[in-house]
Structures are given as structure tokens and as C-alpha cells.
Design a protein around this ligand. Sequence first.
Ligand SMILES: Nc1nc2c(c(=O)[nH]1)N[C@H]1C(S)=C(S)[C@@H](COP(=O)(O)O)O[C@H]1N2
Ligand SMILES: [Mo]
Length: 531
Amino acid sequence: MRNMTLSAPRRAPTRTDRLLAAAGGLVAGYVSLAVADLASFWARPEASPVTAVGGAVVDRTPAAVKEWAIRQFGESDKAVLQLGILLVLGVLAAAVGLLALRRRLLGSAAVGVFGLLGALAAVTRPDSDSALDAVPSLAGAAVGAALLYALTGILTRRAGTGPAAARADRRTFLVAAASAGLAATGAAAVARAVGSPVEENAAASRAALCLPRPASPAPPVPPGAQLRVPGISPFVTPNRDFYRVDTALVVPRVDAARWRLRIHGSGVREERTVTLPQLMSRRVVERDVTLACVSNEVGGPYVGNARWLGVSLADLLREAGVRPPSEGGPADQLVARSVDGMTIGTPVEQVMDGRDALLAFGMNGEPLPFTHGFPVRMVVPGLYGYVSACKWIASIELTTFAAYDAYWVPRGWAAQAPVKTESRIDTPRPLARVAPGAVAVAGVAWAQHRGIRRVEVRIDDGPWQEAELGAEDSRDTWRQWLHRWPAAPGRHTLTVRATDGTGATQPEERTGTMPNGAQGWHSVVVEVDDA
Ligand SMILES: Nc1nc2c(c(=O)[nH]1)N[C@H]1C(S)=C(S)[C@@H](COP(=O)(O)O)O[C@H]1N2
Ligand SMILES: [Mo]
């Protein structure tokens, strides 16, 4: 009201104005993110605001919600999270646009606040080691705030000069908003086409990597390990089909030439740092090991078997002066830290008890894929991945379980978690319709480091019948099994259970994945057609 005497009267915003203002907010938000993305793309993709905020959300998500998300969305959980963040940001951006229509400066200030939050998330990520990680968010917010200010200026500058002027302003607004949006999209497209120097160095270092020959090769997989049954999980899981479970919203792309592994902590005679060539010049061993995730439900997909190439972790530790607790060593926990800040705690005793605990750089004949930990990861037979299989490993610290909780422990998961004996029916699929007569019921069973001694199958409430076992490759790998079932018409429940190398049989009772792995018999219901 006070202004009216000083300047021409301002029209009250119409519905169209509000719609345009909200659209202006969306465009400003979009351009902010595009600018931030561009800025991070050159330096560190992990510092982009959506990734940083997403990471902060992941770390703060209660375990029960995370479990639910993994169950609902499986391996697309990350895409769903990012989509969720974008949706929330979209709503906020539209609201900020509306705010700017009434108070231009306040609207821009709100964009600035989001920028600050993004910057804060970026510099407080565990993998951030530089305040420069704030730059992408701040740069994006600065551009977005200025753009919002300019756009709403066009909408609000007219003052009672009639509908023709209002129409002209709206046209100018639309042209300006569309140009800004297109320019940002174009710049992003050009950047992607040119490629990120960070990613290119990493990709080049992987392409140039020549895997050494193992001094201790894995024995050939016995021919009988792979049963000829359509629908069974192949004995060796190809890399492209290997499950992936991690918290990384952006797959870390480490340049192998710059990679270092630091070994330090209690009981280490003198701290050591090794490079990849140093690691590869050690005695190279090759082993088949089945990896399993603690989040795998009974019958679930998060298990795979690969041929790993690497070096003995125990040997490296011994050289550094480390002794296991049973020999009086002070450290009972080895904490592996990854380049993205994950921490994974593994019992020193198991790593050094003679099993093939590896620092691996090869997977099924090629350098580790980026998604599986390039350039180096840990693999320890018999322990779930979250307590053993650190990908993109950067350091190893010797400490104690009493002194330090690794990432998943405060989130409700057990500090120590040997793999439980499990078996899974791969074929027939749940609710499959099959013809009566001979039906191959088959799948895999695993009890890493104890081995699988027996698998039994039960049809409905009938007696347990011993299944045919595929040849054992090693006790660290899963085993295929097959039961030839003379299927009679009707609906039937097939159930499987395994007995491990110690003679222990899988218990019937189902337990959930939390806190140390699901257990129970896997069942599948199938429909057998009438003859
Ligand atoms: N850096 C890092 N390493 C990690 C994880 C992770 O989130 N970050 N997840 C662990 C978990 S829970 C599992 S089950 C295995 C999975 O390895 P994969 O993705 O190669 O199958 O990696 C482990 N190593
Ligand atoms: Mo896992």
C-alpha cells in the first residue's frame, strides 16, 4: 500500500502469473542443478548436490526403511531415491517461484539457502576431502538465484499498462525461461559428449591394465560343477549379471595410476602404502569364491560366484607385522575404508586363519568392473559382503571391535556375520505352469568355507529326497543341485534344504535378513497341467 503513492499501481497477480511464476521457479531450479552438475562433472561427480544430498539421505535412512526400499525397488533403489529427491526439489522450486512473485529478493534468497544446504551436504560427505566440494552447489545456486530474479522481474515489471503489455511481458518471460532451460540442457549435453576428465582417466587406466598370471591358479572348475538344466544359475556368474549392492550413488571411478592402499593401526610395525603395480608384483593367486549379501532374502538374488584374481591379504598383513588375536595380536578387527567413505569391519582372525582372503583386482578374467570395486576390493570367503568385501578400497586400519563400529553396525546389523547355509530353487520359477511328467527341479546351495554336503527336496508334505549334487569346485563356492521330479497334475509346493560341510542342516524357521542374514527353507509353488 505504501508503494502505491511512489510508483504506478501493481496489478494483483492473476492465476496465469502464478502459473508462470511456478514455472519460473522450476526453470531456475533446473538451471541451478544443471550448472552444479556441470561444475562437479569436471572435478568430482560425487560433489554434485543431488548426489551429495542423496548420500546424506541414504546414511540417515533408518535401516528398516532401507530394507523396505531394497525389497521394493531392488537394484533400482538408487534411481528411485534420486527421482524422489528430484520430485521434492521440483515441488520446492515451484513454491520458491510463487514466493518470488510476491517478494523477488526473498525468492532468490531461498534458492541461495538450498545452495548452502547442497554445499553443506557435499563437504560433510565422508569422501569429501576439500572445501572445493561446496563450489558446484554454490555456483548452481548463484546462477539459479539470478535467473529467478530476472524472470520474476519480467513478470512483475509491468504496472497497469493494460492487457496488451501484460501479454507482451508474458511472452518475453516464456522466451527467456525457455532459452535459459535450453542453454543449460545444451551445455550439459556438450559436457557429456566431451566426457569428464576424471572418468576418462579412470577408464583409460582400466583399459591399460594388464592382469598378471597367477602364481597359484585356481584349479579348473570340475566339469560336473555345471549341471545341464535350463533355468539354473550358471556356476560362474558373468560380470554383467553379478548382483551389485552398495551405497554409492555415483560409481567411484578411481584412476588406477593414482590408487594407493594404506595399511596402518594397532599392531602394524610400520605404516605402509602400496600402489597397484606393487600389489600386482606380489605372488598372485586366483580363486573361485561365492559372494553373498546379508540383505538377501531366502530365495533372493543377491548371491553370485566369480573367479577372483588378487593377492593374499594375510601375507601382506604379516609382512606389516600384524598378528591375529590367537597369536597375541592387539587388533581383532580390520576396518577397510573405501574411496567413497564406506567402512567395513572384518575379523582379523578369519582373514589370517589360512582361508583365501584376497585383495582382488581381477574378476572372471578382466580387471574389476567399476561397479564391483575397480581397481581393488577385498574378498573373504565365508563372510557376508558388508563385513568383508570392501570395494574401491583405500585403506586398512587394524583396530578392535570394541573401539570401532563400521558403517552398518550402528544401523542395526551385526558386527560379525559369517554366511549362513542357504539353498535356492532356481527352476521351476514360482507359480510356473509345467507339463506333467519329468520336471527338473534345480538350483544352488551355498555355505562358503564350510562347503555343501547334501541337498534335499520335498514335494508338498512328502519325505525329504536327496538331490543330485553338482561336483564341488571348492568349499568356498556354491554348489548346483538337481532333483528329477515325476510331476503329477495339480498345485504343488517344492521345498529345498541344504546340509553344510559340518553336518548342520538349514533350519526350517524363517528369520529376516536383519541383523545377520536370513535363514529358512526356500519353497516354490507350481501348477502342473492335467495330462
Ligand atoms: N565401498 C563399498 N564396498 C562395499 C559395499 C558398499 O556399499 N561400499 N557394499 C558391500 C556389500 S553389502 C556387499 S554384499 C558387497 C557386494 O559386492 P558386489 O556389488 O560386487 O556384488 O560389497 C560390499 N562392499
Ligand atoms: Mo551386502
